[in-house]
Write a protein that binds this ligand. Structure first.
Ligand code: BG6
Length: 288
């Protein structure tokens, strides 16, 4: 079985994007050094892409790439008020604090590669010295391990306040026919900005879905008519489930009007802000 790690230029329509391709036992992963963004995962030869990448994704001018696995760090969504509570308003006004943090639009360095009989592994790292709430230079590491599954491990050894999410976009035949389970019955609904209760532990992606489920299980199953993917997670304290549906998708230049139902996001997240190191893992295992 051939295993390799190769530097390549471009993937799909992103023809000028610096990337690395990992191959192992017929499986393929492509990751960009911009954002350490996993763009593609196929679990075997002739198998469809597990991850959805928007045909309208762009990366120039500090744009985050739509699709694949964006890394959200050191905050999730709009910056959490708890993280910036001690920063004077005048200072805050001068800062650029983009949605989902700082590192999905920066270049990462390759710090390690390994090829063994069992797996291939690529590690990317980034050092960040402009966190608004600490003067420390903080190093973030991301290991991408490919064997019979894809294991993504985001870690930071420094004990600082930090949030993170692995914001994976999964390809589905039709989001409206897709379900994820088991999920807690209580969740925060970002669409209505309210706590909600469900009578079922199964989520069906009907309408706009933007939900934060706290304390989710270590293993979730995504099922649609053509796909079954086991999504395992460690070091998380929440999962975020997202699909914009038609109206919200129409406000995003990088989601084609007829393709919002081609994906659902199942995000492993760590949203608490107590000062601590980070080790967040998502394991993606398509059931072929
Ligand atoms: O457009 P972005 O910044 O990549 O975010 C996409 C979505 O990401 C999800 O994680 C959020 O819960 C949504 O609220 C958000 O719309």
């Amino acid at each position: 079985m051939t295993s390799s790690i190769t530097e390549i230029t471009g993937f799909g329509h992103l023809t000028d994007l610096p990337c690395w391709q990992l191959r192992h036992a017929g499986a393929t992963v492509v990751v960009s050094s911009y954002g350490a963004h996993v763009l593609h995962y196929a679990a075997a030869e002739q198998q469809p892409a597990v991850l959805w990448l928007s045909p309208k994704a762009v990366w120039q001018n500090q744009q985050p790439i739509r699709g694949g696995v964006p890394i959200c760090w050191p905050w999730f969504g709009k910056v959490d008020a708890r993280l910036i509570a001690d920063i004077p308003p005048a200072t805050l006004a001068t800062l650029k604090l983009p949605n989902h943090g700082l590192v999905r639009t920066r270049f990462w360095q390759i710090t390690e590669q390994q090829i063994t009989a069992d797996a291939v592994m690529l590690e990317l790292s980034i050092s960040v010295n402009d966190l608004p709430w600490t003067s420390e230079t903080v190093t973030l590491r991301y290991q991408i391990r490919l064997d019979h599954q894809l294991t993504l491990t985001l870690s930071c050894d420094t004990a600082i306040a930090q949030q993170a999410a692995l914001h994976s976009y999964f390809t589905v035949a039709d989001s409206r026919q897709t379900q994820v389970q088991p999920l807690p019955l209580e969740f925060y609904d970002k669409v209505s900005d309210s706590q909600q209760h469900s009578s079922s532990d199964v989520l069906h992606f009907v309408g706009e879905i933007d939900r934060v489920y706290p304390s989710t299980a270590d293993s979730l199953m995504l099922v649609d008519s053509t796909t079954r993917v086991q999504i395992s997670q460690q070091g998380h304290d929440a999962s975020v489930l997202w699909n914009p549906a038609a109206a919200k998708a129409a406000t995003s230049a990088d989601i084609p009007a007829d393709q919002w139902s081609d994906f659902v996001c199942v995000e492993s997240a760590k949203l608490s802000v107590t000062a601590a190191p980070l080790a967040l893992v998502q394991i993606i295992q398509p059931q072929i």
